[in-house]
Design a protein around this ligand. Structure first.
Ligand code: SF4
Ligand code: SF4
Length: 372
């Protein structure tokens, strides 16, 4: 185990024990990750997009005033994920990040972006870090394959090079600015599964060896979730035009993921355990790690103010009912009732299943095994 692996395992184990203790005291895990859809506008046309039906149809966006109230009233969390749609399309992105920076309730702001606006990304990073050097800022860039594959899946010629540019900018800035990072997320699907390793090698060459490269499997509530009660099951979450990789490809995908993890500067990565478990789940439909986090450690706020435990279950209340006071909502009767309804389902959704690995003793043991 190298020094980074030891530090990661130490942090994971500490968090695991703290979370267990907090749950024993309060009955639920403390909120750690919050997904906030700040717009449903988007300038890409990805064939694997799971929310394509909601894009560019005029769904309302939270105002700065509402965001400010929310930022003030959320509990202290580890990661706020600003997503959409394409969050960088909001002209007031600096002010939105500012709202979360100034109250200090968020350990890290993560911006999920398609990377089409390298200049805006650079300006946001420069402005935010000058003001909030102690708050971590991360840009998670989507990259779905080598140049031809990525641009075809995204429906935007030239998208690949813009992502590389965005990555290079933040990676370089991160060498001198503390707590500024970037990483890549690749959604594994029927069109790109064969080039995962080559894509990773390209990233090492063109961006840097320290870049974190994560993976997800294309998600679809119809085919990648099981036993969600019908009354709360969300419909229409899934791609318009993209299949999962064929089952015959799974051993090759698993090999590529292991190879990529061995190339990374650290090996203790719960997400690889999650990816391997996703493949097993897709193959046999059986649960691998219990979903312990949806509606407890992880939550979702949509751009119209609706709040959900996860993206595969329906929203249970709107922030407007609580005047945008998030903590009041999260401990209110609707949230409590929803938690009692989601105990028996399982799914491959990475934001929840991937996180659940960290809340499982088996997940921690397997993660440690990777690093040995
Ligand atoms: S996946 Fe993201 S970038 Fe692509 S169309 Fe959907 S919201 Fe836009
Ligand atoms: S994230 Fe958890 S609660 Fe939501 S559908 Fe998946 S298993 Fe069920």
């Amino acid at each position: 185990m190298n020094t980074i692996d030891r530090q990661i395992m130490g942090d994971l184990t500490k968090r695991f024990l703290e979370n267990r203790l907090a749950k024993a005291r309060a009955g639920i895990y403390p909120l750690a990750n919050l997904f906030f859809f700040i717009t449903m506008r988007c300038n890409a046309k990805c064939s694997h997009c799971f929310c394509w039906e909601d894009l560019n149809i005029g769904i309302p966006e939270p105002t700065l005033e509402q965001i400010d109230t929310m930022a003030r009233t959320i509990p202290k969390i580890r990661i706020l994920i600003l997503t959409g749609g394409e969050p960088m399309l909001r002209r007031d992105m600096p002010e939105i990040c500012d709202a979360f920076g100034k109250y200090g309730n968020v350990g890290e702001i993560k911006v999920n972006t398609n990377g089409l606006a390298p200049d805006k990304i650079e300006a946001l990073a420069t402005g935010f870090k000058a003001k909030y050097p102690e708050t971590a800022l991360n840009f998670q860039l989507s990259l779905d394959g080598l140049e031809a594959t990525h641009d075809r899946i995204r429906g935007i010629p030239g998208n690949f090079e813009k992502v590389i540019r965005s990555l290079q900018i933040i990676y370089e800035m991160g060498r001198t600015m503390p707590l500024l990072t970037t990483d890549v997320l690749t959604v594994i699907n029927a069109e790109n599964w064969h080039e995962l390793d080559e894509l990773n090698q390209t990233l090492h060459e063109r961006v840097g060896h320290g870049l974190n490269h994560g993976f997800e499997l294309v998600r679809d509530v119809r085919t990648t979730a099981w036993n969600i009660p019908e009354a709360i099951r969300e419909s229409g979450v899934g791609p318009k035009n993209m299949a999962a990789p064929p089952v015959e490809s799974f051993p090759k995908i698993a090999d590529a993921l292991r190879k990529i993890n061995n190339r990374a500067p650290f090996k203790a990565n719960p997400y690889i355990i999650h990816n391997l478990a996703q493949l097993k789940m897709l193959e046999n439909g059986k649960p691998q790690f219990k979903c312990r986090v949806a509606g407890q450690a992880v939550g979702v706020i949509y751009s119209n103010g609706d709040v959900a435990a996860c993206e595969f279950t329906k929203p249970f209340v709107n922030l407007a009912k609580y005047n945008h006071d998030f903590s009041a909502l999260w401990h209110g009767p609707e949230a409590t009732a929803r938690r009692t309804q989601i105990t028996g389902c399982h799914c491959i959704h990475g934001s929840f299943h991937g996180k659940a690995i960290e809340y499982s003793a088996l997940g921690l043991a397997k993660t440690a095994g990777l690093a040995l």
